[in-house]
Design a protein. Sequence first.
Length: 513
Amino acid sequence: MKFAAYVVLLIGIYYSTYSWLIKKDWLREDYSYCYLIPLVVLYLIWEKKEDLAAEKAVPSWGGLLFLIPGIALFWVGELAGEFYSLYLSSWLFAVGILWMHMGRRKLKVIVFALFMALTMFPLPNFLNTKLTFGLKLISSQLGVNLLQLYGMSAYREGNVIDLGFTQLQVVDACSGLRYLFPLLIMGILLAYFYRAALWKRLLLILSTIPLMIVTNSLRIALIGIIYQYWGASVAEGFFHGFSGWLIFMFTLGVLLAEIRALRRIFPSPSESFFARPKSLRKQEYTAAATAEAVHWTAFFTPPHFLVAAALLVLTLGIYQTVDFREKIPDVRPLFSQFPLVVGTWEGTRQLMDQMFLTELDLTDYAMVDYRSANGRHVDFYVAYYESQRKGESIHSPETCLPGGGWIFREKGQAHIPLAGQGGQITVNRAVMEKSGVQQIAFFWFPGRGRILTDAWELKIYTFWDALTRQRTDGALVRVITAVYPNERIEEAEARLREFTGEIVPVLNGLISK
């Protein structure tokens, strides 16, 4: 009955969260493996059933160490629109409840299964990109090298491989390397069942990273070769899907061979692989001895249940009764009608491809190519989000621009004086290079009366404003100019500073405070 009460309360709190997880996040190709993780977790718990039954349950208040942070993360995720905080909150709730009723020693038996449950939650986009973007570029470059070794003409710019007769899009500009996490999880599971010295198990896990890079490079090269002989229908159709399974089977074979080599080169009599150890102790209590008398008062004991249930009821009650509905600004900035003349600059409006609009999921945007009186160009881009609640967030140029092949040579901040208003703003500054061409970029995040430069800072203020003002709207502004031939970087930057100083007052008149 206690279990049923917990289930009802947790469904009430996390129904919308897990609906998004199953219907949205798990449908993304990068995380389609997550459907299998609950089955893996159930198997890991089943494998420990004898040890779990043999350990006596000792209720503990230690579960509050998980329950209280779980409540805090729930409100952070709910108000700031960060799903990973909600996922982690649900995990903390579950572990806290188990600890309070089972105790630390009984929980320790299934601790690996509980940590494996975390792998079914997709990481936040910006964190996923930071972890995987460099590996993706290494993998695509190795794929190009293999194609060149085969004798094909191939050239890489960011995540695009130019084969002359076509271009291969390795992955979307803001995505990570698709097979990193499932292969890493496979390595962790093999290390768990490989009962050996710790260093051997760590080596097995770490080896999945270079294996993933190499296998994905082979996949890229094979797609390029197949594309040349059989065309897009085969390369992007059957082989694109089949190659994923091929990578897994090849990597699994290499990891199993690695385990065999470690056992041969560094033998140990205590080692075993995929052999279930005997129960830690004999069953101490029979079902009859441990059966408790069924009485209505048992529902309310021990007191740990009352405290945990009260916390869940309070959270659910506030969630359902207090009005946290977001207040969308009444007046949206009409960026589609952004002025084409700003000071001495004249612009030409540009349009974004639908595939990028779908990926970015923004409310409105403007892309304008401005030209000065002497013919120098500045590319202006602003994206507006009326909400940054669940599933909607600003994409930083720090991850998207390298996807186009641009390498950041310098990164820092710049202070820009505003034309006709006095004062200044602080923006991110980057000097980029691709194929010998240099560009300078400024970008920042205006919204709700602030100008921010850091993604973490953006998340914190989004949470705070959602809590205090019921608003999460915001924008990204990016301006870029090329360093023309026979022009110094300082001259190009001076041009960009002048343009930025003139465009900011126009933006301030559009973006709601």
